[in-house]
Design a protein around this ligand. Structure first.
Ligand SMILES: Cc1cc2nc3c(=O)[nH]c(=O)nc-3n(C[C@H](O)[C@H](O)[C@H](O)COP(=O)(O)OP(=O)(O)OC[C@H]3O[C@@H](n4cnc5c(N)ncnc54)[C@H](O)[C@@H]3O)c2cc1C
Length: 401
């Protein structure tokens, strides 16, 4: 197994890097550098720039209008986005519902929806989890009762990322309450403007509004908006959740967090030297960087084993999820340590030692503690760490359930 990039792959990396540098709008890059939230318009316009180049849907085959990249090309593309840093294409669209429609959708659904998903004409959110169904997703209880050519949907969905921005929600509902857990579930597409649907914000520990609860009160959904067969939605869900896990290591993001921590540490005076020269700080940087290198090699091994186009997610991608999250969390701790008290500062809050001096601009630090806080959630979404360990124990180590 050769784990080095080929000349063609290195040339591809250069092409991607130049494109991002030349085309990412400067204000968006400035926000990404400081971990600031992007507006909906900023996300949409960047995705359309990528789509015009044919790059908004890295995992899609050419038959769906995607670039038909190999697994290694996809990895390189995401790594370059993360390291610059630039926004990823919206994953609810391109990594979740797009591949579902391409694989399970009717010809009509493919023709109508795939181009709109790629161009972010419709923003999608994921309506899977419920107050009583998270890791044990098949326990979901939102009901969909068929009346002629419509389902009537009732229930509560929870944690919908960007649900307040979304035009559509793909969701799992129970269409046969008498069937055994997984057997009675269907996969529906619901218009967020449907009468009876309401969205309520959940403010997370970083102080931001990204996730929501979605309430469904007698929402009528045309049967034509079901994907795949009635009561076979669990097959679709398993496929989607497997895709969610691939590419989840986000090594480039950790590299960027460390780069920023080092830049800040070089400005922080610690006695007669800067924090960047402190032995403890340097050792921690090196420890995380060594582990990242090892993870990168593991990622290459998983990609090599998955083969050229990697249609089927590999259970070993759970290793990438667990370790990738741990290292991103460790890198965010380093960033927090570098910024010190300024990690929570708001503009004008910091009193300079000499009252004659102008107030220092410390607002740049205000987004750092929120990054640290929200990364705690990364070991929960996309499949909690304990659940990933169960997958590894059973599917990779062969231990009994
Ligand atoms: C920031 C954020 C964004 C999210 N975005 C979305 C979204 O867009 N759409 C959506 O549908 N959902 C979303 N989720 C929900 C997410 O998928 C669930 O939170 C996750 O599946 C865990 O479910 P739970 O919260 O009900 O916790 P639980 O499943 O109740 O888990 C609680 C704890 O028990 C552990 N545990 C559970 N089962 C086992 C087991 N069998 N063995 C060992 N330990 C176990 C878990 O690891 C966890 O530590 C999001 C969550 C967060 C935090």
């Amino acid at each position: 197994m050769d784990l080095r990039f080929t000349d063609e792959e290195n040339a591809f990396r250069e092409e991607v890097r130049s494109f991002i540098r030349e085309n990412l709008p400067k204000p968006v890059h400035a926000k990404m550098l400081e971990h600031r939230a992007l507006s909906k318009d900023e996300v949409v316009s960047w995705q359309r720039i990528l789509n015009a180049r044919g790059w908004a849907t890295p995992s899609w085959p050419a038959a769906w209008g995607g670039p038909g990249w190999t697994a290694v090309q996809r990895y390189i593309f995401l790594d370059e986005l993360h390291q610059f840093p630039a926004p990823e294409p919206v994953s609810f669209n391109v990594s979740m519902i797009g591949p579902v429609i391409g694989t399970f959708g009717s010809d009509e659904q493919k023709a109508r929806l795939l181009p709109r998903i790629a161009n972010l004409d419709d923003w999608w959110c994921q309506g899977f989890s419920e107050p009583g169904a998270g890791s044990d997703l098949a326990a979901l209880s939102t009901s969909a009762i068929r009346h002629g050519d419509h389902y009537v949907v009732n229930g509560t969905k929870m944690w919908q990322g960007m649900g307040h921005r979304a035009d559509w929600m793909f969701t799992l509902v129970r269409t046969d309450p008498a069937a055994k857990k997984q057997a009675g579930i269907s996969f529906l597409l619901i218009d967020m403007k449907s009468p009876g649907l309401s969205v309520q914000p959940i403010i997370t520990i970083d102080g931001r509004h990204e996730v929501n609860s979605v309430f469904l009160d007698n929402v009528r959904v045309p049967v034509a908006q079901r994907v795949y067969l009635e009561n076979k939605g669990w097959d679709v869900a398993k496929f989607l959740l497997g895709n969610e896990r691939t590419g989840i290591a986000r090594i480039g993001m950790s590299k960027y967090l460390i780069r920023r921590a080092k830049q800040i540490a070089a400005q922080v005076q610690d006695g007669d030297r800067t924090l960047a020269e402190d032995a403890g700080f340097r050792r921690r940087c090196a420890e995380i960087e060594v582990e990242l290198k090892a993870l990168e090699i593991t990622q290459m091994r998983v990609l090599a084993a998955m083969g050229e186009h990697a249609e089927k997610p590999d259970p070993r991608s759970s290793i990438l999820k667990i370790k990738g999250v741990e290292l991103r969390q460790a890198a965010s701790e380093l960033l927090l340590r570098a910024a010190g008290p300024l990690a929570l500062a708001a503009e004008g809050e910091y009193d300079p030692p000499n009252p004659e001096d102008a107030p220092a601009d410390t607002e740049w630090g205000s987004t750092i503690a929120p990054v640290y806080f929200i990364l705690r959630a990364a070991s929960i979404y996309g499949g909690a760490t304990e659940v990933q360990k169960n997958i590894l124990a059973q599917a990779v180590l062969g231990l009994p359930k």
